[in-house]
Structure formats: C-alpha cells, structure tokens
Write a protein that binds this ligand. Structure first.
Ligand code: GDD
Ligand code: GTP
Length: 410
C-alpha cells in the first residue's frame, strides 16, 4: 500500500499569486492550468500508481476551500480516497507531516509520496519507485538540472555520480553549489517518521539551551530533515530530464499551462481542441472547455486554455494565454502572453499583451523597476474597445478606458 501527501500550504503564502488569489475563493493549488486545477495534475499522476489508496492534502487553508475540489476529484479518481488535513497554523513543510503522522501511517503504508503543490511536472513517480527499491536510503528525491544562475532559488544537491547518493543538500544556498536541484517531490520509507521525531527532538534541545527561542511545532522538511538525511547517507536523487517547473507567481501559470498542454499531445490528444473545417483556426495545443464558445473566424494557439462559459468573438487572436471562466473577448481583439480573469470583458479591437517568460526567476526590469512580464487581468476587469494593455497586472473590478503599459493597476 502506498499513500501520498500534497503540501498545499495556506493563504498567507499566496501573496506572490496576487492579483489572482486576491479577492477570490480560488487558492493557488486550485488555479486552473490546462483545464484543471494545479493539484489535479498531481492526482492524475498519483492515480496511475497501483496500490495507492489515499491522498492527503495538508495545509492551513480553511476546511471549506477544498470541499468542492475533493468531491469532484473523488468522482474522477474513484480508486483514491482524498482528504484535507488542516494545520492549526503554518507548521512548515514537514510540521504537518509530523503532526498528522498517525493519520498518515494508518493502514501501514510501505512508502509515502510527498509532493509540493506549486510545481508542474511530468511526475515520473513509477521511475522514482523503481529507483527507490535499488538503494538502501530512506528517501528518493526527484532532481533536475537548471541554469546555474537560478539554482540558488531551490534546494541544491550534490550527488555521487555512480550511485546518486546525495552527499550534500543545501536549501537555497547563498553561493553556487550545484545546478542539480530538488523538484519538491519525494518518496519516503515509513521509517522517516523516526527521523522526524529525532529532528523535532533536536529542535527542542536547541530551544532549551537558548532562552530567546520559543518552542513551536514548526519543522522544515528541507533544512531539518533532508539535510541530516544526506549527512547520514540516507538520501538519494532520481534525476529527470522530463519537464518540471515551479508555479510561484500567477504569471508562471502560463508556461506551466504550455507544458501540460504539450504533455496532452503525447498522452491524451483527445483533450485538445481539434481542427475542423468549419471551426476556428487552431495553432499547436489548445484546450477549450466544452461549455466555452469560440467563433469559427478566431485564430487560437499555441498554448491556450479557455475555461468554462468563456466566449471568444469573431476574428479574435489568442496565443500563450489562459482565459478563465465566463470571460468574454469581443471581436478582433488580440490576447498574447496573458491571463484573463474570471468574468472579465475585453472590448473589440483591443490588445492585451505580455512578454513571454522563459524563466520567471529572471526578473525583467526597466530603469530599475520590476515590470510584470505576463499580463494579468484579475476577476471582473473591463477593457474598453481599442485599448492596448501591455505588461500590466490589473486588480479585480477595474475598468480600463485608456491604454497602459508596464504598470500595476490597483
Ligand atoms: N502544509 C504546509 N504547511 N505546506 C506548506 C507550508 C506549511 O507551513 N509551507 C509551505 N508549504 C508548501 C507549499 O504550498 C509548497 O507546495 C511547498 O510546501 C514548498 O513551498 P515553500 O516552502 O514556499 O518552498 P519553495 O517552493 O521555495 O522551495 C521548495 O520547493 C522547491 C521546488 O519547487 C523547496 O523544497 C526547495 O528545496 C525546492 O527546490
Ligand atoms: P502564427 O500564427 O504565430 O504562425 O503567425 P502569424 O504570422 O499568423 O502571426 P500571428 O497570428 O501570430 O499574429 C501576429 C500578430 O498579428 C498578432 O500579434 C496580432 O496582433 C495580429 N493578428 C493576427 N491575426 C489576427 C486576427 O485574426 N485578429 C487580430 N485582431 N489580430 C491578429
């Protein structure tokens, strides 16, 4: 028997996902990419593991946040029991695992997957399982290579070339250590709970010796658990060359969307919009919800997702964008590298455009000022006819009557 945990985090961490998480009941893990909530893709990958019966979402959002998602997912993935366990406050990336250890170990699972929620990935879970059984470590971590300049934004790994045993694990190092990084996807033996107990005890001992520290139930998976695991030679890395990307900012949902759509082309081409003689012009991968309408004279793609009940008018051009539920794009407008929020309305002959981000750790700056690269219109934004919006973030309920660029519009 296997189990899986998805670390969903909580509301206070959602700040970078503004404005899409602002004023909304959609927390980041449920933001739709390629037609499904971010963590739906995790569930889909987990549902392919034989013997995996239960997935626990652990976080500190209010309970009600995941109700509907769990109901829907239970119908789609009937073989897995999905539940949300709520931390009474943010306990850190391993605090929840420790706090709910009895619940997690119930049913005596052999091994446990732990997945960060905020990643898009091909999830090579079976490959990780196979590799895990070839070594004597307690944990297999999924690793990938990234560009040198961005490596220090992640957990960095140095591993033995032959065995892939991790020699050093350093979370977000100040200087360059390695371009092999942690994807935030782990497979643990159940004996990990003993290590967690030790890590918790170590923390307590430190607090007892230091009169300025207060004890809390926080535990960091990376620094408090993985680092000592590496030191005791119990951590191994499975390196993937498949796709992986973090979803931190709202803008990074756009490249994540593209990755999953391209994966559909390989694994589930039926999910993509097909070219039809009397239908719109389709370029590359496009997802359209069955309830959305796209005018046959529109040209859509590549890398576009169109949500439920959205309406795309005549002569509209959309590429590299996410159009959310019930948005309306009127005739002859053009949307590129953008997210169009729920119930937003774009007039005719308007242009909403961002700049593509290949790596969102590299911030585009103009005269020393950060410039949004993907244009994001939050919920219920109105863009009047013939208006041009370039590289902007627009907060909910704004009506734009003049053209803007490189701005955050409150
Ligand atoms: N339950 C719970 N409780 N989850 C949490 C908490 C918490 O207190 N804090 C963060 N999380 C969840 C987040 O929702 C996210 O899915 C995951 O844990 C990691 O989030 P961060 O703590 O923000 O770390 P990070 O994303 O900057 O870095 C982590 O992921 C990288 C890969 O994406 C680290 O594990 C890095 O080593 C790794 O490279
Ligand atoms: P690909 O479709 O990318 O292969 O190349 P293309 O040469 O057809 O150009 P593309 O459709 O990507 O569009 C280039 C630019 O032309 C866009 O940035 C739009 O501004 C504009 N454009 C193209 N087609 C339309 C359209 O049907 N309506 C509107 N409003 N603009 C369009």
């Amino acid at each position: 028997v296997y189990k899986a945990i998805i670390l969903v985090g909580g509301p206070s961490r959602g700040t970078r996902f503004r404005p899409l998480s602002l004023n909304l009941n959609v927390p980041k893990p449920l933001f739709p990419v390629a037609g499904h909530p971010i963590i739906w893709h995790h569930l889909e990958a987990l549902s392919k593991i034989k013997g995996l019966k239960e997935v626990l979402l652990i976080g500190f959002f209010e309970d009600s946040i995941f109700h509907r998602f769990i109901d829907d997912a239970a119908r789609e993935f009937p073989k897995i029991n999905i539940r949300y366990l709520r931390e009474y406050q943010s306990l850190g990336t391993a605090g929840g695992l420790y706090h709910f250890r009895d619940e997690i170990q119930r049913g005596d699972p052999q091994q446990i997957f732990v997945l960060n929620a905020d990643v898009a990935c091909s999830f090579p879970l079976k490959e990780m399982m196979k590799f895990h059984n070839t070594h004597r470590g307690l944990c297999t971590i999924l690793g990938t290579k990234v560009a040198r300049e961005v490596a220090n934004k992640y957990g960095c790994l140095v591993a033995k070339p032959e065995s892939n045993e991790v020699l050093h694990y350093v979370e977000k190092p100040e200087s360059f250590i390695s371009d092999l990084i942690s994807c935030g996807i782990y497979l643990f033996d159940c004996a990990i709970f003993n290590e967690m107990k030790k890590a918790m005890q170590n923390k307590k001992n430190q607090v007892d010796q230091d009169q300025f520290m207060d004890h809390d139930d926080q535990l960091r998976l990376e620094q408090d658990l993985l680092r000592p695991l590496a030191e005791s030679m119990k951590l191994f890395v499975y390196v993937t060359n498949d796709f992986w990307r973090q979803i931190k900012t709202a803008g990074s949902a756009v490249p994540a969307n593209a990755l999953y759509l391209e994966q559909y082309l390989e694994t589930n081409p039926e999910r993509l919009l097909k070219k039809e003689s009397d239908g719109p012009t389709i370029v590359g991968c496009v997802y359209k919800h069955p309830t959305a309408f796209v005018d046959p004279s529109a040209k859509i793609g590549p890398n576009v997702s169109i949500g439920p009940r959205a309406v795309i008018g005549k002569g509209v051009r959309i590429k590299d964008s996410i159009i959310l539920d019930n948005a309306e794009i009127k005739a002859n407008s053009c949307i590129i590298n953008s997210i169009i929020g729920w119930d937003s309305k774009i007039g005719t002959w308007a242009r909403v455009e961002g700049t593509s981000i290949t790596n969102d750790q590299i911030v585009i700056t103009q005269n020393g000022v950060k410039v949004p690269s993907i244009t994001i219109l939050a919920k219920e934004v109105i863009v009047r006819d013939e208006i041009i919006i370039r590289n902007c973030i627009v907060l909910p309920h704004k009506e734009l009557k003049t053209s803007c660029h490189n701005e955050i519009l409150m």
